[in-house]
Design a protein around this ligand. Structure first.
Ligand code: ADP
Ligand code: MG
Length: 684
């Protein structure tokens, strides 16, 4: 027969240690408690240092109000707080802390030291704690106003918890998540996080920044430049929401989800799920957005007291509020998508299209949105029509290129109601070829490069990491234009000429040039140019629909050419050569070859303005003419240097998938490598 063990009261230290283990599960939880205390103390600057992922040491220094010397004795006892007095206060609580468990818990599972000074105290005081109690009386010491909390050897007395922790690296990453989230939400406060012994911080934000500043600072420009604001308010449900979410151009493998409810960093499985659902129809398979949402819910409707970590909160009308959030995000994404600028051309009767695609003008959101992940994947790299620029370019702008160009080029942009995704096998396989050929190292180089300067019209210096590279801008540009043509197939804006140009005249001009290689054996120039004009006119429907190359078929007049990069114009004197080559070099007989050669020829035509012509060398750095201009800038800025830096290299950064050949053919040459230079200096 087994007899029951007698029931005994647990030793309070054991009780506290068990309770502490619930509040503090890992270094990041301890840090969150302490950060919240700093914010409650109205700090405007918070510095965090960690060692071994916070397991060996977590040090938090703030410039808040400090702790009164007389409170130091009880500050680490359980349920001692300066914040909550009555149970009723719980419903109107505006501070993070309220139940006085944070420091107590930490002191039961780690060695805790506090150094603190209030404004009215002569000096700072230092105390160490063990299991909620001071080890000895506070000792006066030097110190600035504010509080410094040092937590050492977390879980020194809880071996199982210690063993359950992840690696130093993972714990540090969790700490960085918490600091980053709070830094974004509390952008008026400056935060810094660094590993002990390292001089540079891994997170550093300035006080009085904006949330978008800090998102950019912490998550990088790739997130920040694709951000959309969302706002939502419902009086009946008693809540307000404000947020920053990425548009469909941004996609990452792991959902970046920052949710604050009444200023508290929390998680909500429900909201997370709904957000991912909305984005699943916008992003490539396995892609996720960045989401920052701050909800303010009537405190009476929120129960923060759900879990000791305060990580989960429950609130009234949870389902309705979640649904409202879903709608708001969906609306924002749809609107953003429709306000992108693309040229639309209705299907022309009589054109010999291999395949008919849906009309876009009446497209429903699900048609406007790319739903095939595989097809959309590249688009985020390849749309130079990013939303912020779109608002300017929505107004149809007419401008004339200045200088000596024989034709005035006016630009007209037409609003497009949606993106036409192509299903043409030929185009998809040409895209696949680009992706297969992509050199990952060069892609990274261009993605992350800093532009240093133009050496000449066709060469520029860029820096990546510790190396300097000399790049063949013309060659890069030609590939870039080719890729833009492939990935924006059927979705180009149009540069419309103020006066349509007879194709025959252009053909004739080309044939008369020395470089055309024309001989009498080819037939008379007149009859050849007539043939060129009528041949291209016969292709007008396809050229317009797929490439925004405008040809008025009756008079065989060229009316416009595609916009490949906003603000980039090819030279009008290169038009004749392009027209001739369209007629003679494009493989019209085979769909795939036709698209490939046509895009190559067109890309070449556009990139020609970056040729290092003899003319340029003679006239030095002066821009020869203003064939390449950004019409939005004044004429001074509209020089080719400006275009190269701000249009070409920006587009290269965003979209180019550099083919492998560029790494060996001299297109990108490493000219200096910093560590090697150091070696040279060392010898001096
Ligand atoms: P709570 O935050 O729930 O009040 P804590 O155990 O986290 O409980 O903190 C106990 C008390 O210690 C707080 O109420 C506050 O008065 C004081 N305190 C803790 N950290 C700081 C700090 N960084 N600056 C000023 N006071 C602090
Ligand atoms: Mg607290």
């Amino acid at each position: 027969m087994t007899l029951p063990n007698p029931i005994r009261k647990l030793d309070p230290t054991v009780v506290n240690r068990i309770a502490a283990g619930e509040v503090i599960q890992r270094p990041a939880n301890a840090l969150k408690e302490m950060l919240e205390n700093c914010l409650d103390a109205n700090a405007t600057n918070i510095q965090i240092t960690a060692k071994n992922g916070g397991m060996k040491l977590l040090q938090i220094v703030d410039n808040g109000c400090g702790i009164r010397k007389e409170d130091l004795e009880i500050v680490c006892e359980r349920f001692t707080t300066s914040k909550l007095r009555n149970f009723e206060d719980l419903t109107s609580i505006t501070t993070y802390g309220f139940r006085g468990e944070g420091l107590a818990s930490i002191s039961h599972v780690a060695h805790l030291t506090i150094i603190t000074k209030t404004a009215d105290s002569q000096c700072a005081f230092r105390v160490s704690y063990l299991d909620g109690k001071m080890k000895s009386a506070p000792k006066p010491c030097a110190g600035n106003q504010g509080t410094q909390i040092i937590v050492e050897d977390l879980f020194y007395n809880l071996a199982t918890r210690r063993k359950a922790l992840k690696t130093t690296y993972e714990e540090y990453a969790k700490i960085a998540d918490v600091v980053g989230s709070y830094a974004i939400h509390n952008s008026h406060v400056g935060f810094s996080l660094k590993k002990i012994g390292e001089s540079s911080a891994c997170i550093r934000t300035q006080p009085n920044s904006t949330r978008v500043d800090n998102i950019c600072n912490i998550f990088g420009n790739s997130v920040a430049r694709e951000l959309l604001d969302v706002e939502l308010q419902s009086d009946s449900l008693g809540f307000k929401m404000h947020g920053h979410i990425t548009n469909a151009n941004y996609s990452t493998r792991k959902l970046l989800f920052l949710l604050f409810i009444n200023n508290r960093l929390v998680d909500s499985v429900g909201i997370r799920k709904v957000v991912d659902q909305v984005y699943s129809s916008y992003l490539p398979k396995g892609g996720h957005p960045f989401i920052y949402l701050s909800l303010e819910i009537n405190p009476n409707n929120v129960d923060v007291n759900v879990h000791p970590t305060k990580h989960q909160v429950h609130f009234l009308h949870e389902e309705e509020i979640t649904e409202k959030i879903r709608e708001a995000i969906e609306m924002r994404l749809v609107n953003c998508n429709t306000s992108r600028v693309f040229y639309t051309q209705a299907h022309l009767p009589g054109s010999a299209l291999p395949e008919r695609r849906p009309e876009t003008s009446t497209a429903s959101p699900s048609q406007v949105v790319r739903t095939d992940a595989a097809q959309q994947k590249m688009e985020r790299f390849l749309s130079p029509h990013a939303p912020p620029a779109a608002s300017n370019s929505l107004e149809s702008s007419k401008r004339t290129s200045e200088g000596s160009s024989s034709t005035d080029i006016d630009e007209e942009r037409t609003r497009k109601s949606g993106w036409k995704e192509t299903n043409l096998h030929s185009v998809l396989s040409l895209r696949a070829a680009i992706e297969k050929e992509c050199h990952a190292g060069l892609r990274l180089l261009f993605k992350e490069h800093s532009f240093v300067g133009c050496v000449s019209r066709s060469r520029a210096l860029v820096q990546h990491s510790t190396s300097l590279y000399l790049c063949n801008t013309r060659q890069l540009c030609e590939e870039l234009f080719y890729q833009i043509m492939m990935y924006q197939f059927g979705n180009f804006g149009m540069i419309k000429f103020s006066e349509a140009l007879p194709l025959q005249d252009l053909g004739l001009l080309a044939l008369k040039s020395r470089w055309s290689g024309w001989t009498e054996a080819d037939g008379s120039q007149d009859s050849l140019s007539k043939f060129i004009a009528s041949f291209l006119a016969s292709k007008s429907a396809m050229l317009l629909d797929y490439f925004s190359i405008g040809i008025e078929p009756d008079g065989a007049l060229l009316t416009g050419i595609p916009i490949l990069i906003d603000g980039f114009f090819p030279r009008s004197e290169d038009l004749p050569r392009w027209v001739l080559r369209l007629a003679t070099e494009v493989e019209w007989g085979d769909e795939k070859l036709c698209f490939e050669t046509l895009c190559r020829e067109t890309a070449r035509f556009y990139a020609m303005s970056l040729d290092q012509g003899e003319e340029d060398e003679e006239k030095g750095d002066e821009p020869v003419e203003r064939a390449v201009v950004d019409g939005q800038s004044d004429s001074e800025e509209a020089s080719w240097r400006h275009v190269v830096e701000h249009k070409v290299y920006t587009a290269l950064r965003k979209t180019l998938l550099p083919p492998k050949g560029f790494s060996t053919d001299g297109c990108v040459l490493q000219v200096a490598h910093l560590p090697d230079l150091y070696k040279v200096f060392e010898r001096c």
